[in-house]
Ligand binder design. Structure first.
Ligand code: A2P
Length: 330
């Protein structure tokens, strides 16, 4: 773990919970989009669990050697990918951000090779039934080993691990490619001899679409303090039926409750926007007075009607504290 930290003061005004969470130092914007780095693809492989997964998701490793990015990226940060060509207005494509999936040491052990987890965006345009293909995702997923890619970044300094990781337990909640930063964080934590408790809840439509499933299951076998749990939304999860990540959070509550009550738990949420609402509702239902305030600040009307919350209330009447880290995308 890096020793430098961005100090973020956290004070709840609670008797047991006045504490500061210092985050790892994150380098920012070393290569701006106007002066991108040139990376080389060294691996591009499917990272879905089943051969017949519903979506196409690939683990793409970029060699950043010789650029300003080598050795400067940490989990929780993103890289910008500049797809070649121009957009509908004739302008170069803007960078598309992808979370890093690698630990600080990279895939090569030296921080020079970092991976992205990329899902092909394939959709239909409802206006005319035409096929819509995401520009950057399909460009990246189609690249062969040896291809050159223009990269900017890194960006993001708030969705990173704390300096003092050993003082915390971690509840990582992911849907889809939101798993990427957690893969890197888990590797960083275990490389640093982490001894606390980590629960990773991973949401996927089908079991075939779980990402890095073999690696994560293996990690859970090797580390008794790592609890890897899945939430499959379109198949039965015996004995629970179909589940979203917030349902899995509820099912795991008997184990997690003490981690929250002790004040050790930090919650990291990464994936589709919309998951925040269900996860926050679940936290609000499960956490009692004195503990809830450490994770969510609720306006009085929100506190009285948890089931009636809407997405528009998140960040307005329902505000996550500094113990809740969010990286969500539309
Ligand atoms: P579903 O699409 O079955 O409703 P992916 O990115 O691979 O599509 O996976 C996203 C996962 O998150 C799916 O299992 C999806 O379920 C689930 N999901 C969709 N909306 C929400 C939500 N509001 N809260 C939690 N999970 C959600």
């Amino acid at each position: 773990m890096g020793s430098l930290g961005v100090a973020i003061g956290v004070s709840w005004g609670m008797s047991n919970a006045s504490m500061e969470i210092r985050l790892r130092h994150a380098e920012m914007h070393i290569h701006k989009p106007a002066e991108p780095a040139t990376a080389t693809v060294v691996k591009n492989e499917a990272c879905t669990a089943g051969k017949k997964a519903a979506g196409f998701v690939r683990h793409i490793e970029l060699d950043l050697s010789g650029t300003g990015l080598a050795g400067k990226c940490i989990p929780g940060q993103s890289l910008g990918i500049l797809a070649p060509g121009v957009d509908g207005n004739g302008r170069p494509h803007k960078p598309r951000l992808y979370s890093l999936a690698s630990p600080t040491r990279g895939e090569d052990g030296h921080g020079a090779v970092h991976a992205l987890t990329v899902k092909r965006l394939i959709d239909e345009n409802p206006a005319d039934n035409s096929l819509f293909l995401g520009v950057a995702s399909n460009y990246l997923c189609g690249l062969g080993v040896g291809s050159k890619v223009q990269v900017s970044g890194p960006s993001g300094k708030r969705f990173v691990l704390p300096v003092d990781a050993g003082a915390h337990d971690f509840v990582f909640i992911a849907t889809g490619t939101g798993i990427a930063p957690f893969r890197g964080m888990l590797m960083d934590l275990f490389a640093g001899g982490y001894k606390g408790e980590i629960t990773l809840i991973m949401g996927s439509p089908y079991a075939t679409d779980l990402l890095y499933h073999g690696q994560l299951a293996q990690l859970a076998q090797e580390h008794a303090n790592f609890h890897y749990r899945t939430a499959i939304s379109r198949e039965a999860n015996a004995p629970h039926g179909k589940m979203y990540v917030q349902d899995r959070l509820a099912a795991e509550w008997p184990v997690l409750e003490s981690q929250f009550a002790s004040g050790r738990a930090l919650v990291y949420i990464c994936g589709i926007a919309g998951m925040e609402l269900g996860v926050f509702q679940q936290l609000a239902r499960a956490l009692g007075p004195g503990v809830l305030e450490q994770y969510l600040e609720l306006d009085p009307e929100a506190a009285g009607n948890i089931d009636g919350w809407t997405r528009a209330m998140i960040h307005r009447q329902v505000r996550p504290t500094r113990r809740v880290f969010l990286e969500v995308y539309a």
